[in-house]
Ligand binder design. Structure first.
Ligand code: MRU
Length: 346
C-alpha cells in the first residue's frame, strides 16, 4: 500500500450533489467536514481558509461552478447561464494570488460556454477531471523531485503543500513523501506563521502516514541551515511567472535568501496549472494582504488604535534564488537562466 492510499483525510470530497470541505482551521484537534451545495458557500470556504493551498482552491472552485449549475439550471428559465456566470465571478473574488483558482474557473467557463443545453454532466465531469489530473500530476512531480534528492540527508519545507493543499498526495510534500519511500530523510517543517500551516497541518499530515517530521519555529531556519542538517528547502507555489519568479507563502523568500547564504539548494514544486504565462516576472503578481487581526493579539485591537499589523500572506522569490522548478512535465534547473519552457505555458 502506498502512503497516498493510506491517507484517508482528504481536503475535498465530491458526493455527486454536494462538496464536502474539511475545515482546515480546526486541524489537528478536530476533523470536521462541512457540506456545500452552492457556489456562494464554496467561495466563503475559500476566503475564510477552510480550504487552502493553490491546487485545492482551484479544485474547490471548479466543483463550486458545478454546484452553481445544479442550483440554477432549468430547462425553462433561460437566465440560468447568467446566474452561473455571476457565481464564477464570485468565486474569482475569493482569493487573489493562487493562479490555479483562475485557471480552473477559465476551464469551467469554457465548458459552460460550449454547452447549449443541460450543462450538469459536462461541468461535473470537468471538475472531476481537474481533481483527478491534479492527483496524477502530484505523483509525477513526486518522482521527478525525488530524483533530485538522491543522497540528500535532510530537507526543510514551508507551509502545507500536501494532500490537504491539493487533490491528494501533494506538491513539495509529495516530493518529500516519494523521497522518504526511497531513502532515509530528515524532514523539517517551519511552523508558518501566522496561520501555522506547518505546525497544524504538515507535521500532522505526515504523522497520519507514519512519516516522522520535526517542527521548527520559522525563526530557527537560519540556525538549522548553519547546523548542516539540510541539503534542500522544498516549497510549493501559488503562481510562477514566465521567468521563474515564484509567489508562495510568506517566508519563502526569506528561506531562499538564507539557503543561498548557507549553500542549501532551493526547490519549487508546482503543477503547470500554477504557471502564469501571462506575466513576465513576479513584479506583476498580486500579493494577498489579509486582515491585521489575523496577526495582532486581540488585546491590541480591543485596547488601542496605535498598534496595527502588516499582513501580506505571500511573497515572491526571484528565480535567481531557485535551483530547480519541478512540474509534472519536467524539471527546470537554474530557472533564472532558462525560464519556464513556453510549451508548458497554457
Ligand atoms: O494561504 P495558503 O495556506 O493557501 O497558502 C498555501 C501556500 O502558500 C502553498 O505553499 C501553495 O499554495 C502551494 S500548495 C500545494
Amino acid at each position: 500500500m502506498t502512503t497516498a492510499q493510506k491517507l484517508t483525510v482528504q481536503a475535498l470530497q465530491w458526493t455527486g450533489t454536494a462538496l464536502k470541505i474539511l475545515d482546515q482551521r480546526q486541524l489537528p484537534a478536530t476533523i470536521i467536514y462541512d457540506e456545500y451545495t452552492d457556489a456562494k458557500g464554496v467561495a466563503e470556504a475559500i476566503a475564510t481558509m477552510r480550504v487552502r493551498g493553490a491546487p485545492a482552491i482551484g479544485i474547490a472552485a471548479a466543483y463550486g461552478v458545478a454546484l452553481s449549475a445544479y442550483q440554477h439550471y432549468s430547462g425553462t428559465d433561460g437566465r440560468w447561464r447568467e446566474k452561473v456566470t455571476a457565481d464564477i465571478e464570485l468565486l474569482a473574488k475569493s482569493r487573489p494570488t493562487a493562479v490555479n483558482l483562475f485557471w480552473a474557473l477559465d476551464k469551467m467557463r469554457s465548458v459552460l460556454n460550449a454547452q447549449q443545453d443541460n450543462p450538469l454532466a459536462s461541468l461535473t465531469a470537468c471538475a472531476g477531471k481537474i481533481h483527478a489530473d491534479d492527483i496524477a500530476d502530484n505523483h509525477a512531480m513526486g518522482e521527478l523531485g525525488a530524483d533530485l534528492l538522491i543522497g540528500a540527508k535532510g530537507v526543510l519545507t514551508h507551509c502545507n503543500t500536501g494532500t490537504l493543499a491539493t487533490g491528494g498526495y501533494g506538491t513539495a510534500l509529495g516530493v518529500i513523501r516519494s523521497a522518504y519511500q526511497r531513502q532515509p530523510l530528515a524532514i523539517y517543517a517551519g511552523e508558518t506563521r501566522p496561520w501555522l500551516q506547518g505546525a497544524r497541518l504538515t507535521v500532522w499530515e505526515l504523522s497520519q502516514d507514519g512519516i516522522p517530521a520535526t517542527l521548527i519555529a520559522d525563526s530557527a531556519a537560519a540556525w538549522l541551515m548553519q547546523s548542516g542538517a539540510i541539503d534542500w528547502v522544498i516549497v510549493g507555489a501559488d503562481r510562477i511567472a514566465r521567468n521563474g519568479d515564484t509567489a508562495n507563502k510568506i517566508g519563502t523568500y526569506s528561506l531562499a535568501v538564507l539557503a543561498k547564504q548557507h549553500g542549501v539548494k532551493m526547490m519549487v514544486v508546482a503543477p503547470t496549472t500554477t504557471l502564469d504565462g501571462s506575466i513576465a516576472s513576479g513584479k506583476e503578481i498580486h500579493i494577498e494582504q489579509r486582515h491585521p487581526n489575523e496577526l495582532l493579539p486581540a488585546w491590541y485591537s480591543e485596547q488601542t488604535s496605535l498598534v496595527s499589523a502588516w499582513n501580506p500572506v505571500f511573497d515572491v522569490t526571484p528565480a535567481t534564488l531557485i535551483d530547480a522548478i519541478v512540474t509534472e512535465r519536467g524539471v527546470v534547473l537554474n530557472p533564472a537562466e532558462h525560464g519556464i519552457p513556453s510549451a508548458w505555458l497554457v
